[in-house]
Design a protein around this ligand. Structure first.
Ligand code: ZN
Length: 294
């Protein structure tokens, strides 16, 4: 069984120029849940002046129909973000930083060490309030400014996240630099270091067309939790040339064709992608939304 964390409403919409009205965002999240998605990254608690797409985070969370079997969450990058998030009804928070100094400095004006210090407090505050905190290591497979990032660096950040109370770790390929061999090597190293009982998730972008290949490599190495975006929506406003996340319905199709369950309804996901494309106003990258399910 594959556990999907749908990140389209956050990672996806955050990178779109067009700002969707709140009703459309709420409808998107409700529809994804209706299609069987059990975990949604709905919003991010970042500076609304810098990321206007996410300025209505609190209202989005207030207006969605809550399904008690679904986990609703958001992204935080700083202390001010977690303070906002803790006033809402989030079930989980993704706490993210990059593994290279250059990317962190450009993204949050902090070094890796300083980011870790601030995020340790953020994680502590979340855990104390009973929120499930997930540590996301961005640029885990390469940094657009520094190139390949050493496994050791990535694992050290994961170690710190776990030490301060994260219950899960996500390795994110922020700018689509991973290849399947690298994925299985890093996953193997993670399980060897921390054991298989720690939940590891993978977050790929399809920037260089290797999103599904990397997903499969992660699956074969033992990972069962994957982030994806309906329609292949997404990117990162701070990452040069980043394109969308792995497309949810394309990934679901791959697993279903292989006889592996995802708990989701492929036809409903395709319908959502087709509807979203009209709302966004430009073509989305998903394949199944054009080809249809077989
Ligand atoms: Zn991303």
């Amino acid at each position: 069984m594959i556990h999907i964390s749908e990140v389209g409403p956050r990672d996806g919409l955050q990178n779109e120029k067009k700002i969707l009205p709140i009703e459309t965002k709420v409808k998107l999240i409700n529809q994804l849940v209706n299609a069987g998605i059990k975990k949604v990254e709905c919003v991010s608690f970042v500076n609304p002046k810098i990321v206007k797409q996410m300025a209505d985070a609190e209202d989005v969370l207030k207006q969605i129909e809550r399904d008690p079997s679904v986990s609703y969450g958001g992204l935080v990058l700083s202390q001010s973000g977690v303070e906002r998030a803790l006033k809402t009804e989030v079930d989980f928070l993704n706490v993210a930083m990059a593994s290279s100094d250059t990317f962190n400095l450009k993204n949050s004006k902090r070094t890796v060490e300083d980011s870790l210090k601030e995020l340790s407090k953020v994680i502590h505050d979340g855990v104390t309030s009973g929120i499930k905190m997930i540590g996301v290591v961005g640029t885990s497979f390469g940094c657009p400014y520094e190139g390949r990032v050493s496994q050791n660096k990535v694992l050290k950040i994961a170690e710190k996240f776990l030490e301060v109370g994260c219950k899960e770790i996500t390795f994110a390929d922020t700018t689509g630099m991973a290849n399947p061999n690298q994925v299985s090597e890093l996953v193997d190293e993670f399980y060897t270091t921390f054991g298989k009982e720690i939940t590891l998730a993978l977050h790929f972008h399809n920037t260089r067309g290797l999103g599904l290949a990397n997903t499969l490599a992660g699956y074969q190495a033992g990972v069962r939790h994957f982030d994806s975006s309906v329609g292949g929506l997404g990117g990162c406003p701070f990452a040069p040339k980043a394109v969308g996340n792995v497309c949810t319905e394309d990934m679901v199709n791959m697993f279903h064709q292989m006889g592996i369950e995802t708990g989701t309804n492929l036809d409903k996901l395709i319908e959502i992608a087709q509807w979203l494309e009209v709302e966004i106003g430009h073509e989305l990258d998903g394949m199944l939304m054009k080809a249809g399910s077989s």
